[in-house]
Write a protein that binds this ligand. Structure first.
Ligand code: AP5
Ligand code: MG
Length: 194
C-alpha cells in the first residue's frame, strides 16, 4: 500500500493533480473538500454545520473532518493506496491520521507540497469562481482561506518534514509540467499502472 498527501494552499492545484495521479497510479482519492461539498449539497446535518465555516473561508472543526476519514478508508479495503487531498489541514488532523493509519497497519509514505505564489493563487480561484458555483470562490473569501492556510495548515508541512516525508514541488508551471515533477517523486515508491 502507498499513501500520499497532496499538500498546498487553496488553488495550488491539489484537485487538478489528484485526478491525474489517480488515473496514472490507480490510487483512491480522498478529498475532504469534495466530501464536505457533497454533504452540503445533500443538506445533511454535517453539511449544514460545515457550510457555516466553508462560506466564510474558515476550516471546519477537526472532529467533523476526522470523523469522515476512517469510514472512507474502510470503504476501499483493496485500494492500492490513498491520495489525501486537502487533508490533514491542522496538526491535530495530522496526528489523528497517523494514529488511524497505524491502527490499520499502514502509514503515510510521501507528502508532496505544491508551491505557488500568492498572486497566482488568487487569480486562479477568482477565475474558477466565474464558472465553479463554489460559494468560497470570491476574492474576500479566497483571502480568508489563504490566511487560514498560513495560520493553521502550514505547520502541518513542518510536522511531516520532521518525519522526513516532505518534498516541495513548484506548482506554478503548466498542469502537465507540474504533473511530471510530481511523478518523479511518486515513481520512487510506485510504478504507473499501464
Ligand atoms: P478545499 O475544497 O480543500 O479547497 P482548497 O484547499 O481551498 O483548495 P481548492 O480546492 O480551492 O484548490 P486546489 O488546490 O484543489 O486547486 P485546483 O486543482 O482546484 O476546501 C474547501 C473548504 O472546505 C475549506 O475552506 C474548509 O472550510 C473546508 N475543508 C476542507 N478540508 C478541510 C479539512 N481537512 N479541515 C477543515 N476544513 C476543511 O485548482 C484551482 C484552479 O486553478 C482551477 O481552476 C484549476 O483549473 C487551476 N489550475 C490548477 N493548476 C494550474 C496550473 N498549473 N496552471 C494554471 N491553472 C491551474
Ligand atoms: Mg481542491
Amino acid at each position: 500500500m502507498f499513501n500520499l498527501i497532496l499538500f498546498g494552499p487553496p488553488g495550488s492545484g491539489k484537485g487538478t493533480q489528484s485526478e491525474k495521479i489517480v488515473s496514472t497510479y490507480q490510487l483512491q482519492h480522498i478529498s475532504t473538500g469534495d466530501l464536505l461539498r457533497d454533504e452540503v449539497s445533500r443538506h445533511t446535518p454535517l453539511g449544514i454545520e460545515a457550510k457555516k465555516f466553508m462560506d466564510q473561508g474558515m476550516l471546519v472543526p477537526d472532529e467533523v473532518v476526522i470523523g469522515m476519514i476512517s469510514g472512507k478508508i474502510d470503504a476501499s479495503p483493496d485500494a492500492r493506496g490513498f491520495i489525501f487531498d486537502g487533508f490533514p489541514r491542522t496538526s491535530n488532523q495530522a496526528e489523528a491520521l497517523d494514529k488511524l493509519l497505524e491502527f490499520k497497519n499502514t502509514t503515510i509514505h510521501l507528502v508532496l507540497a505544491l508551491e505557488v505564489p500568492e498572486n497566482d493563487l488568487i487569480t486562479r480561484l477568482v477565475n474558477r469562481g466565474i464558472t465553479s458555483g463554489r460559494s468560497d470562490d470570491n476574492e474576500e473569501v479566497i483571502t480568508k482561506r489563504i490566511k487560514e492556510y498560513h495560520a493553521k495548515t502550514e505547520p502541518v508541512a513542518k510536522y511531516y518534514n520532521g518525519q522526513g516525508k516532505l518534498e516541495r514541488v513548484p506548482g506554478n508551471n503548466t498542469i502537465d509540467q507540474t504533473f511530471q515533477l510530481l511523478t518523479k517523486h511518486i515513481n520512487k515508491y510506485l510504478l504507473p499502472v499501464a
